[in-house]
Write a new protein. Structure first.
Length: 101
């Protein structure tokens, strides 16, 4: 188990015929959630991620008044494509304060 606090929920799915343009790998995360109310910021998720997609940064999340706002889904964590979504990419780049690679 990569997360001792069980803050990360992930369900794997297999790529179906015709979905080659959507997913490079045969298996992908159909559901990926991070519950920041449970996270203890230990960094074990960074070490366990085989694709270096998970990392802790200096970016600070704003306060929220609802518990639901602290549960990040896969769509919330993805970085926008700079070619197809230049405005969203610029916003994400500014929020991180550094170049996205």
């Amino acid at each position: 188990m990569a997360c001792p606090a069980e803050a990360i929920t992930m369900e794997a799915a297999e790529r179906q015929p015709g979905e080659e343009h959507l997913y490079r790998e045969e298996k992908y995360a159909a559901k990926y959630e991070v519950n920041m109310l449970r996270c203890i910021f230990c960094g074990l998720c960074e070490e366990a991620c085989p694709k270096d997609a998970v990392y802790l940064s200096q970016t600070f999340a704003k306060a929220n008044y609802a518990r639901k706002g602290f549960i990040y889904k896969k769509e919330d964590l993805l970085i926008p494509n700079p070619l197809t979504q230049p405005d969203e990419y610029a916003k994400a780049k500014g929020a991180l304060g550094r170049d996205i690679k």
